[in-house]
Design a protein around this ligand. Sequence first.
Ligand SMILES: Cc1cc2nc3c(=O)[nH]c(=O)nc-3n(C[C@H](O)[C@H](O)[C@H](O)COP(=O)(O)OP(=O)(O)OC[C@H]3O[C@@H](n4cnc5c(N)ncnc54)[C@H](O)[C@@H]3O)c2cc1C
Length: 426
Amino acid sequence: MALPGRAQVVVIGGGVVGCSVAYHLAQRGVTDVAVIEQRKLTHGSTWHAAGLIGQLRGTASLTGLIRASVATYAGLEARTGYATGWRAAGSLRVAASEERWTELRRMAALGTSFGLEVSLLSPGDAKELFPLLNDSGLHGAVYLPSDGYADPSQLTQSLAAGARAAGVRIIQDCRVQGFAGGNGQLDNGRGGSAREDNGRITAVLTERGPVECETVVNATGMWGAATARMAGAGIAVTAVEHQYVVTERRPDISPDLPTLRDPDARVYLKPEGGALVVGGWEQGTRAPWKEIPADFGPELFPPDHERFAPLAEATANRIPAFGELGIQSWINGPIPFTPDGEPLIGRADEAANLFHCCGFSAGIAGAGGAGAAVANWVADGDPGLDLAGLDPRRFGPRYRAPDLLAKSAVDAYGSYYSLSDPEGRR
Ligand SMILES: Cc1cc2nc3c(=O)[nH]c(=O)nc-3n(C[C@H](O)[C@H](O)[C@H](O)COP(=O)(O)OP(=O)(O)OC[C@H]3O[C@@H](n4cnc5c(N)ncnc54)[C@H](O)[C@@H]3O)c2cc1C
């Protein structure tokens, strides 16, 4: 599609988050929108995500965000005519220790107070829902019938289709290289900032020319910090390696199995086409880059068998069938990570009309709600959700230094399923 010379809102990044922002803007009647993607839609982190969507989080705002995602995904296919792979198969989270069971009961109470339907199950009841489960040593489980999973690429294309149908322009193979400020002075990262030009971005500068605009949304995932820097802004996001495997098929792996999380074993599972997808949050993952390469796209890293081995062993203990099945495919991809593992959503200090919406470690789960929030913010001046805890400004310049950023992201990744303290965020 030809690059428009002007759009009311420019969304940079055509992953699940950028497409969701565009879709929701269109739903709100803001249709003069251009999504600019440097490659093809989904060619960042989105295409290789596992697609689990779990709403039970430790804070009202994160839970609210993902609840809004589920509300969007549930009706999306009917609205756009494009499949999403969304299946409300439910989710189980099991407790293999007394401390975890206490945590799960607390989370269940919190989830109920947020309006979610949450049940506490005995190990036997959990096994009934997930017959492949070895329930020995379990203290109980939490079940959320409204959780589920989606196909990340289909979901993104469906959001894009809904946005396009309302008039949003989606431009692919076009890299954003900088911004122009109020007086037309260019800022392409070689000094100066939008702030010097009265604090507003007036045009997004792409390799195919400028697009004048009123509002810019930075939805560039793990490239979020590089995009921010073009506007003289600083945010703390990098990428770390994350892996999952897809097993061979087995007749008793039904698509209606709930997703399963065993946080004590650090693993998660979902059914996929008669096979199991198994991933996890191990200690000591790798932060491969100090600076995310601009030319990195849909590529993957080679499998890291050694890092996956403890997760595989723990899974085989909890799901004995896993130990009997061969591995059909292996995904090791970059996942955006911030120092606390949660996304960056909010206005940039440095440019009054720039919103950041990036750094999602669970962007398939979060995109629906985040897109709706940013669209509300643009349309009404208010996101309609309490996003204070996700404000990009929670990390000062110290956290943007590449070494500390990499270390804190690796640590946050390794503690993704750690027991939270009662005042904790998860
Ligand atoms: C192995 C693995 C499993 C995962 N499993 C899950 C899961 O089960 N559930 C879940 O919720 N999440 C999961 N994730 C995380 C999920 O993939 C990400 O959170 C999500 O894809 C982020 O979406 P995004 O749109 O923010 O980023 P991206 O998909 O990376 O999109 C950003 C886009 O911006 C574009 N871009 C960057 N810079 C520019 C520029 N200058 N100009 C133009 N375009 C630009 C990029 O090309 C890219 O397409 C997983 C991740 C991995 C690696």
